[in-house]
Write a protein that binds this ligand. Sequence first.
Ligand code: SF4
Length: 292
Amino acid sequence: MDVYLGTLTRMVTDDSRNSKSEDTPVDGDSVSQLLKDMTTVRFKEWYQNREFRQNIRDGKPYFNGPSSVPPSERHSPSKLLQCHRKIYYGQENAPEEQDDAEGILWTGRRIEEDVVLPFLQDVISTDQTFVRNSMWIDFDVEIQGNEVRIKGVTDPVLVDEESEPLLPTEIKTTSSIEYKDSPDRRHRAQLHAYMAGLSVEQDRNPTEGVLIYISRDTFEMKVFHVEFDTKFWNETVLSWANTHTEYRLSDNLPPAQPEADWECEYCSYRERCGKGDTPYADMSPKAFVRLC
Ligand code: SF4
């Protein structure tokens, strides 16, 4: 017991810390060891281990393994209007050829939660309007004789006193906002899915939303008002979803035709697809692709 009390006293007094450093000066070997341990590999191992444990603590252990293959008719709002082939590879669990842009995703979440959400709560909401962090949407729509299902979660939604949706938002962080003069079609599609889904599931039918772009570098913000456009929803968004369901059902690799070429630059399936530097092209999601 004496030893225990003595140890405790040494730990909590400043004097003891000083004397400890005098007793055991840091030598060159200790510094060398610290430098040796501070490596890319150690950081990667630590980060992956931390994410693994966090997913378990959050009750989401399924994030620690391969995703389950979603049903053919199901679509996520954030994937609408993207390259059919890229989405197909992702849904069928084709191995990714590069790490996810974790840093960009993390920064986006932090800016949304620590900057934009407080702005909406402190400045935009009133005594009669409030901000909900997010709302689930999960609804079926019939299009050209087929049923598609859209399931996902919104960004912050301005709601009334009954917590019914008034104005959904979609927040996008971006590297450059200077030349952003109009909203991206895919982001409009995402916001349309929120408006349609909230109208199905809630008493209010929101027909307006806002797209908020914020610069990761400068925190400059641009806001675009988006009104629900039935033609765009039916003929562009739902038509895309229906086409994608048909690719999945027929098990046909969709064509390599993204709406914009830049989509290929950031794609995790470039080599498998045929847009990379290797001789591979049009490979199935299960085919083996040697990258080095
Ligand atoms: S490389 Fe381009 S065309 Fe191929 S899957 Fe990716 S985004 Fe689509």
